[in-house]
Design a protein around this ligand. Structure first.
Ligand code: 9D3
Length: 222
């Protein structure tokens, strides 16, 4: 699966993409990322990408002509799904991440400043937000989306069933996990986990997950 990241700040992506599981997935050829600087598609000598909003107001707005050129040139090479990262988009969900993992090529447009010219919407398939809090741009949301989507690409996450068993996929929170030592500052690992009784362990985990979900996220139980 291939991602084009259209941004004014390609450097923001380098850390996350060159570390951990995403890096491994790239090296293995499962994922690839193209960092595309929107500024390269500006046409004037000052490389203008944004301007003041018509009607007045704070901040700067990204120009539709520049964004369109960037999208068009990238999209001509692929038949891409084009997503604008936007605070007014539909909220990213586990279901959406799974759905997007079926695409061959995604173009993620990251706005900055106070947003993008409304007419950009004519060149995108959808708008996605990661939640109701204000960030400085679409770059971190794009990284969140990539991370969530990448886990559905076969081979990116080690254990095949760890994706299927995830919280939010089966709509239960995680059960508590423990590792060595068996006792720490007087706190013991629950006996059942040391019992070797796989049936009993499975039952305990189910109960714990259900209890936690009822307490903290009853909304997940529907
Ligand atoms: C809602 C704030 N807007 C009011 C005029 C201005 C504005 C502020 C910050 C518009 C865009 C941004 C930058 N944020 C994103 O581009 C963004 C975002 C976010 O801020 N929160 C959650 N998801 C996303 S996806 C893209």
């Amino acid at each position: 699966m291939e991602f084009d990241l259209l941004t004014l700040f390609p450097e923001m992506f380098r850390g996350p993409l060159s570390t951990s599981l995403l890096k491994k997935a790239c090296d293995a050829g499962l994922l690839s990322f193209n960092l595309v600087n929107i500024r390269d598609f500006a046409t004037d000598k000052h490389k203008t990408v944004d301007d003041t909003p018509y009607g007045g107001g704070a901040g700067m707005v990204m120009r539709v002509d520049v964004v369109k050129r960037a999208v068009e040139i990238r999209n001509s090479k692929f038949d891409s799904r084009i997503i604008l990262m936007s605070p007014r988009g539909a909220k990213l969900t586990q279901k959406k991440a799974q759905e997007l993992a079926n695409e061959k090529h995604l173009i993620l447009i990251c706005g900055h400043y106070e947003g993008v010219d409304e007419r950009v919407l004519d060149y995108v398939d959808e708008e996605i937000s990661i939640g109701d809090y204000v960030l400085t741009g679409g770059e971190l949301p794009a990284m969140v989306l990539i991370d969530a989507v990448a886990r559905y690409i076969p081979g990116v996450v080690k254990e095949a069933d760890s994706v299927i068993n995830d919280s939010f996929s089966n709509s239960l929170l995680d059960y508590p996990s423990y590792t060595k030592p068996p006792e720490f500052e007087g706190k013991k690992v629950p006996e059942v986990l040391l019992s070797g009784n796989h049936k009993a362990i499975e039952k305990w985990r189910q109960e714990q997950a259900l209890k936690l979900t009822k307490e903290r996220r009853p909304d997940l139980l529907g």
